[in-house]
Design a protein around this ligand. Structure first.
Ligand code: ZN
Length: 186
């Protein structure tokens, strides 16, 4: 009965896709990982296969998510990074024991430990956030232009002029609003 839950918004950048599991933060927020099972489903989409997740682990995942959101938002607008958020990200990154492994098809897989797969998966996400926020990866953090969203996203376009976290949602809504505005003016 997955249809009961809000669909995932899947981006190509792990860390900012993770922060996108809570959307419309400045409007009517939509929680896209409302249950531990939905976190398991979300992780599976990104190749982080865990068999189960406890409510406490979901809480820690959300704490990491909000820390990444706070740090990425600060980085996007050029503010100093909030120290508590940085601490949470670093703790998760240090705790994770995931190993990147190469398949004979030349693909990367994440190998998580038997005893703490959820912590390992969160460690991978935290490390990805560190890459993106520190500027180690080619791209630029920016905030979505939608006033009800303001999600931090990672702009990898050549011109670095992307305005929305997602064209299909925020971008289209903005375009429709502009169209309605013009129609009303006529
Ligand atoms: Zn947006």
């Amino acid at each position: 009965m997955a249809a009961r839950f809000p669909e995932f918004r899947l981006g190509s950048v792990l860390a900012t896709s993770f922060t996108g599991t809570l959307s419309e933060r400045h409007g009517e927020p939509v929680e896209r990982i409302p249950t531990p099972e939905r976190l398991v489903d979300w992780l599976a989409v990104y190749g982080l296969d865990v068999r189960s997740c406890t409510p406490a682990q979901l809480e820690r995942a959300r704490e990491l998510r909000e820390a990444i959101h706070a740090a990425a938002t600060a980085a996007a607008v050029g503010d100093p990074l909030p120290a508590p958020a940085v601490q949470i990200i670093n703790d998760h990154s240090a705790r994770g024991r995931a190993a990147a492994v190469l398949t004979t098809e030349g693909e990367r897989r994440w190998q998580l430990s038997v005893n703490s797969p959820v912590e390992d998966a969160l460690g991978v996400i935290a490390a990805d956030a560190i890459d993106v926020i520190s500027g180690e990866r080619d791209g630029k953090l920016a905030l979505c232009a939608s006033p009800t969203c303001r999600a931090a996203f990672f702009d990898t376009s050549r011109s670095r002029t992307r305005r929305w976290c997602e064209m299909n949602t925020c971008g289209n809504r903005e375009k429709k609003a502009r169209f309605r505005g013009r129609a009303a003016a006529r």
